[in-house]
Design a protein around this ligand. Structure first.
Ligand SMILES: Nc1ncnc2c1ncn2[C@@H]1O[C@H](COP(=O)(O)OP(=O)(O)OP(=O)(O)O)[C@@H](O)[C@H]1O
Ligand SMILES: [Mg+2]
Length: 133
């Protein structure tokens, strides 16, 4: 699927209805649009506003208007996989909440095999290609 920002809401809806898992892994280079898509997904799931950006912390917790919990991880700054364990990463995975992970490449040992992988590729300044796999 190719999309621009005006179509991102539709893309978010499609992802939510077709995801094979509550755990979503976002692959794509810097600036591909991972955070932008996660924010759109959070909005689609009823999150009113995002408190802080995970640029400054590894995990952010969002609460939707019907009290569903969403976790947004950004592992870009992780230096060693083991740091994820210090955050209690494995416990998060077992709760059944929505979990969105940027830079999953940084924690390959701890990724659930059946998670939904999403790759975003830059096509042009405003167009992105999305692959679910
Ligand atoms: N179709 C699109 N989807 C997503 N972002 C787009 C699109 N078109 C343009 N953009 C722009 O591309 C940028 C994507 O930035 P974003 O922070 O989402 O990337 P990222 O993949 O999270 O990067 P990082 O790896 O640094 O966290 C934003 O400035 C956004 O406005
Ligand atoms: Mg990002």
């Amino acid at each position: 699927m190719i999309y621009n920002l005006s179509e991102i809401e539709h893309i978010a809806k499609t992802i939510i209805s077709s995801s094979k898992s509550n755990i979503l892994l976002f692959y794509g280079e810097m600036g591909a649009g991972k955070t932008t898509l996660v924010k759109s997904l959070a909005k689609e799931l009823g999150v009113q506003e995002t408190a802080s950006s995970p640029t400054f912390s590894i995990v952010n917790e969002y609460i939707s208007d019907n009290n569903k919990v969403l976790y947004h991880f950004d592992f870009y700054r992780l230096e060693k996989e083991e740091e994820a364990l210090d955050l209690g990463f494995e416990e998060y995975l077992t709760q059944g909440d929505w979990i969105f992970i940027e830079w999953p490449e940084k924690i390959t040992s701890f990724l659930p095999l059946n998670a939904q992988k999403i790759t975003i590729t830059t096509i042009s300044a405003d167009k992105r290609q999305l692959t679910l796999h």
